[in-house]
Design a protein around this ligand. Structure first.
Ligand SMILES: NC(=O)c1ccc[n+]([C@@H]2O[C@H](COP(=O)([O-])OP(=O)(O)OC[C@H]3O[C@@H](n4cnc5c(N)ncnc54)[C@H](OP(=O)(O)O)[C@@H]3O)[C@@H](O)[C@H]2O)c1
Length: 303
């Protein structure tokens, strides 16, 4: 029952480490700084601090693991990091290290738009291409791969919800376009439980690629309303106006350095209107997924 997790200090990573430790796994959390190592230790994991995660160092960190959960990736190219180096190159090194240390299975987090690369404009960008390339490397590797393609993962520690609540507290939520584009948020607790189910599955599970989506698809406009509703149920009075900004203007700002902190590929992820079928997740998990209201309430309480 040994697990290794890359990106173990990130939002999803900390939930995976905490849940795995509580479920009896011994967890090595691969990170790249002392502060991140502290987060892994606090979650009950054993940190492996690798400032240069080459194949040798990764192989040593993965030794004895039943599975590697590979979450160390980027959603946009900033601070000199590139998709080629991180999403593609690091994934290749992780796969080589799995082979060298005899780890049979890799659980990989991709992106929900990947299946529509080349079919929908907002799914056809360098971010989704890097995830598609990494997936292909996994499929060709001979390692048992389980791919989760997430919509928005919601829960304590996620970056999106506090930003919306902050805008509400300031009285105005700015919305790109009419907000009709859909998403399908999944509770981070379910995401972590699914990762462990995939890691522990006695054989190579099928399907091996899952849309990581919650039980309820909804438009972005409706999601904002549901966040407000969750805050009110939690006892926070919420009164705000929605101000629409033209999509073209949001895109212009994203290209010019960031729209509300989002670079163009990140804005695509918000606007790409991707939903999926959660039923294979329910089968893998052996129980229903957390209702959206409950997932939002938990995230609002923590924000
Ligand atoms: N959260 C969502 O809603 C969502 C939606 C779609 C897809 N995903 C995918 O799910 C995965 C986990 O997401 P998350 O929300 O947990 O991400 P996150 O909070 O941003 O965490 C990313 C992790 O990757 C590490 N990392 C980044 N660049 C690295 C590099 N060059 N070398 C080694 N480690 C590096 C970070 O380490 P540092 O802290 O040291 O930077 C951090 O531990 C990612 O692959 C993401 O693309 C997430």
């Amino acid at each position: 029952m040994q697990l290794a997790v890359t990106g173990a200090n990130g939002f999803v990573g900390r939930h995976v480490v905490t849940r795995a430790v509580r479920s009896g796994w011994t967890v090595t959390g691969v990170v790249r700084s002392e502060a991140a190592a502290g987060i892994v230790s606090a979650a009950g994991g054993r940190p492996a601090e690798l400032t240069a995660p080459d194949v040798d160092a990764l192989s040593r960190a993965f030794e004895g693991a039943r599975a590697v959960v590979h979450l160390a990736q980027i959603g946009a190219e900033r601070d000199g990091q590139t998709y080629d180096e991180v999403n593609v190159g690091l994934t290749e090194r992780v796969l080589a290290a799995c082979r060298r240390s005899g780890v049979p299975r890799l659980v990989f987090f991709s992106g929900l738009g990947v299946a529509h690369y080349g079919m929908k404009r907002r799914c056809t960008n360098p971010y989704f291409l890097s995830k598609l390339t990494a997936e292909t490397g996994l499929f060709r590797s001979g390692i048992e791969g389980v791919v989760f393609r997430p919509s928005y993962v919601v829960g304590p520690g996620d970056a999106f919800l506090p930003a919306v609540l902050g805008a509400m507290a300031a009285g105005e939520v700015e919305r790109p376009g009419d907000g009709s584009y859909r998403m399908q948020p999944i509770a981070v607790a379910d995401a972590a439980a699914l990762v462990l189910a995939a890691a522990a599955h006695p054989g190579h599970p099928f399907p091996t690629v899952f849309d990581l989506v919650g039980p309820e698809p909804l438009s972005y406009a409706r999601l904002v309303e549901r966040v407000a509703q969750a805050a009110r149920v939690g006892g926070t009075p919420v009164a705000y106006e929605v101000r629409e900004i033209a999509l073209a203007e949001a895109e212009r700002q994203a290209r010019a350095g960031g729209y509300q902190g989002m670079l163009p590929d990140e804005l695509d992820c918000l606007l790409c209107d991707e939903v999926g079928d959660p039923s294979p997740l329910v089968t893998l998990l052996g129980r229903p997924l957390t209702p959206l209201a409950e997932a939002l309430a938990s995230a609002v309480r923590a924000a």
